[in-house]
Design a protein around this ligand. Structure first.
Ligand code: KG4
Ligand code: ZN
Length: 336
């Protein structure tokens, strides 16, 4: 069995651990989700999240080792997400990974959560990380990035206000759906008419690679008094129309970014990329435009430690490790 590394993810409300080989093959991965705990508050409560990370992190490490049939001694390095995210949550994963690194006398690797998402479409049999235009759509970020190789990233555009996932979550809250709203809107959209409401698509000026989703939220807010949301068809129509508005912008900007860079490979990741409608729209449009599309595997779209292990392995293979004094950074940037 080839050498492996163990990675932890605790940037928000999921505690996760994973082991992958240094070639990047995922061999075990577990997630302890706190969604049910935070749902009653309508969003993530940082203090509650960090307490639960403490409860879950050690059992998860033991479980992924057992699943992989490995011991700590078999690990070549220990990695953890060091930002961006909630400070009190990030500290749990990084402290654990650092402690394991010290105890086993192995390197510690701090991983940028967004790099984990960014590289996740290359996991599995999608081949080595290579030049592409990447779209990352998560709860906190919406970014277009030009990737020239591991660690060589150029920011092409980001959101000016809400992230795509945030837009899903905020609209869902307004129409009475539970947190997190993205999967709920996705589910209800199946029965809805995407053309029932003409919600705005903010393309900004035609050539801009930036995003803006706050106008969509306001448009839904103005529509609300006219709607009978107890009518399941009306609710489904609102969901389908909101989802279509978000998807149209994401697909259009990704194609524009790829064309403006002369790039034929595009990679899409982050929690929103498990949206069924987005995956279908991307597949259709990319094939029309002659673009090769890499989509993160659905179970690797939302937060997980597999993507952190994969990113850590890419870094480890280039001789990279992080000092134990390296602090967490809630605003850690992907590009310097
Ligand atoms: O990447 P992620 O797990 O966490 C962050 O790094 O933010 O993304 C979470 C976001 C949430 O906003 C959630 O509503 C959204 O991803 N999401 C979805 C779907 N599944 C998760 N949005 C739309 N459709 C989905 N199926
Ligand atoms: Zn994430």
């Amino acid at each position: 069995m080839p050498p492996c590394l163990l990675a932890l993810e605790s940037s928000c409300d999921e505690t996760a651990a994973a082991i992958c080989t240094l070639e990047g093959d995922l061999i075990s991965s577990r997630i302890a989700s706190q969604i049910d705990i935070h749902r009653q508050f309508g969003g993530v409560v940082p203090e509650v999240a960090s307490r639960n990370h403490i409860l879950h992190v050690r059992p998860l490490v033991e479980q992924v080792l057992e699943d992989a049939g490995k011991t700590l001694d078999d690990m070549a390095a220990f990695a953890a997400t060091s930002g961006p995210g909630l400070v009190s949550s990030l500290l749990i994963g990084t402290s654990m990974a650092k402690a394991l690194a010290v105890a086993e006398d192995k390197p510690f690797i701090a991983v940028n959560h967004m790099e984990g998402h960014l590289l996740s479409p290359f996991m599995g049999d999608h081949g080595p990380v290579r030049s592409c235009v990447a779209l990352i759509v998560s709860g906190g970020h919406t970014m277009l990035v030009r990737v020239r190789g591991v660690g060589d990233y150029e920011l092409l555009g980001r959101t000016r206000d809400d992230a795509a996932g945030e837009a899903f979550d905020k609209v869902a809250k307004m129409i009475g759906l539970p947190y997190p709203g993205g999967p709920e809107i996705d589910k209800l959209s199946k029965q809805g008419d995407p053309n029932a409401f003409a919600f705005p698509r903010s393309f900004l000026d035609g050539r801009s690679l930036e995003f803006s989703f706050s106008g969509l939220k306001t448009a839904v807010l103005y529509e609300l008094p006219k709607l009978d949301l107890k009518d399941t068809q009306v609710l489904a129509d609102v969901c389908a129309s909101v989802q279509a508005a978000i998807i149209d912008v994401l697909v259009e900007k990704l194609v524009l970014a790829a064309k403006s860079c002369g790039e034929t490979l595009v990679a899409v990741s982050g929690g929103v990329s498990c949206n069924r409608g987005l995956r279908e729209a991307l597949t259709t449009r990319c094939s029309l435009e002659g673009l090769q599309l890499l989509l993160a595997r659905p179970d690797l779209c939302t937060d997980n430690a597999g993507m952190i292990a994969f990113a850590a392995a890419q870094r480890f293979n280039t001789g990279h490790s992080s000092p134990l004094e390296a602090d967490v950074d809630p605003n850690l940037s992907l590009v310097s």
